[in-house]
Design a protein. Sequence first.
Length: 230
Amino acid sequence: MSHTDPIRPLTRGIYTCLDNPARASYDCKAGYYERLVSTRWFNRFFWDTSRQDYQAFAADAILRSSGTVLDIGCGGLAQTAHLYRATGNDCILLDRSVEMLKIARARLSGGGRPLPAHIQLLQGDAFQLPFPDNTFDTVCSFGTIHLFDNKQAFVNEALRVLKPGGRYYFYSMTSQRKISRVFMSSLRLIHEFGEVYSVAQTVALFGQPSLQVKSYVIGSTVFIHGQKIK
C-alpha cells in the first residue's frame, strides 16, 4: 500500500497534499497552545516533565540520525525549532494545521532569515501520508499519539513510510499520574484528546514483530524509540 498524492504550494514556504486544505481544529488556538506548552509550569504540573526532557529525546531523532527525517504532527516546533535549524538532514515537517505550520515557519526563519533549505513544511493527513512505503530513514512524532482514538492506525501509518533499518521516535502523554489522567479525561470530553492510555497500552502499539522497541517513562510521558528490522 502506498499513497502518492500530489504536493503543491499552499502559502509562502508551506505546501499541502490535501484536496481540501480547509481549517483544522487547531488553527484557531494554535498560538495559545504553543505558548502554553512552552511554559515550565504546564509541563511540570500536568506531566511532571521539563522541556529539556523532550528536547533531549528529540535531539536523538533530529541531530544524531542521518538521511531523511519525517516529523508527523510537528506543531509549531516549540521544543524542536533549534534542533531542525542545526541538523544537516533533509526534513519534512507535517501537520494538519496551517496555523501551526506558520508558527513553525516563523521559528525556523526568525530574524528575517529564509527558511532553511533542508526543511519542507507540509500540510497533510497523518492517517494518509502522501509517501510510498519505506521512504524515510527516521520517522518521529512528538506528543501526538494521545490526541487520537485510533492510535494503532496512526502508528501503523507512520511506520509504513519508515525504511527497513530506519529508526523511529515517539513520545506520548499517558495516565501514569492522577493529575495527568484527570486532565486528559477532561480534555477528551471536549474532543481535545483521544482515549486515555496507560504506559503499557501505549508501548503495546509498537508490538509488531518487525520492530525493535525501547521505552522509558518520565512523569506521565512515555518515550518510545527503536528500529524497523524488516
